[in-house]
Design a protein around this ligand. Sequence first.
Ligand code: ATP
Length: 198
Amino acid sequence: MPYIVALTGGIGSGKTTIANEFAKFGVPIVDADIIARQVVEPNTPAIDAIKSHFGKKIITLDGKLNRGLLREIIFSDPNEKRWLNALLHPLIQQETQKQLHQSNYPYVLWVVPLLIENNISHLANRVLVVDVTPEEQIQRTIKRDNISLEQVNNILKAQVSREKRLSYADDVITNHTKDSTIQDKVANLHNKYLSLAK
Ligand code: ATP
């Protein structure tokens, strides 16, 4: 069973950027966002259940989930949100366990943005937090996603605070803008995880 390192951080902190550096060493990456999409791909049991529950309107012409509409529905109706979570959480958990345990590498990097919010840090052997200032998060996210300051602030408010996230960290990697030492920091952590995994 591989050693599991959870990589987490707030929106725009640089999780993908850091994960890509680990991947260069050949570390297998399990991405919670990808899994959340995989379980509702066309022709999966979950998308069929969602269609039966919400009606045909929830599926686009090419058989995919109409995410915008689903988001609207669950935003305005907590019961529907509970229904959806009850359907998806076990499927996501199951797929996550499968992907985490199918590797032969000594450790796996599990990229999971909502590790703390969803109370699942106990599923990892170690927690690595990507840390930046809220100002950097805001600037990067506005630039990348072309959204308003208000929208970024709302997302930030829905996530745990920087302090709370850091309180869960076994390791912290700072990723300040234009930091040129990221590769060295990742190399050091990689060596540390290889020896911890032994
Ligand atoms: P999200 O959770 O929102 O998907 P994330 O934590 O995966 O974000 P990235 O997508 O890696 O973050 O980075 C957010 C943006 O900031 C990207 O456009 C990325 O290119 C940029 N970025 C990441 N690290 C740095 C850095 N050190 N200096 C400048 N820009 C950076």
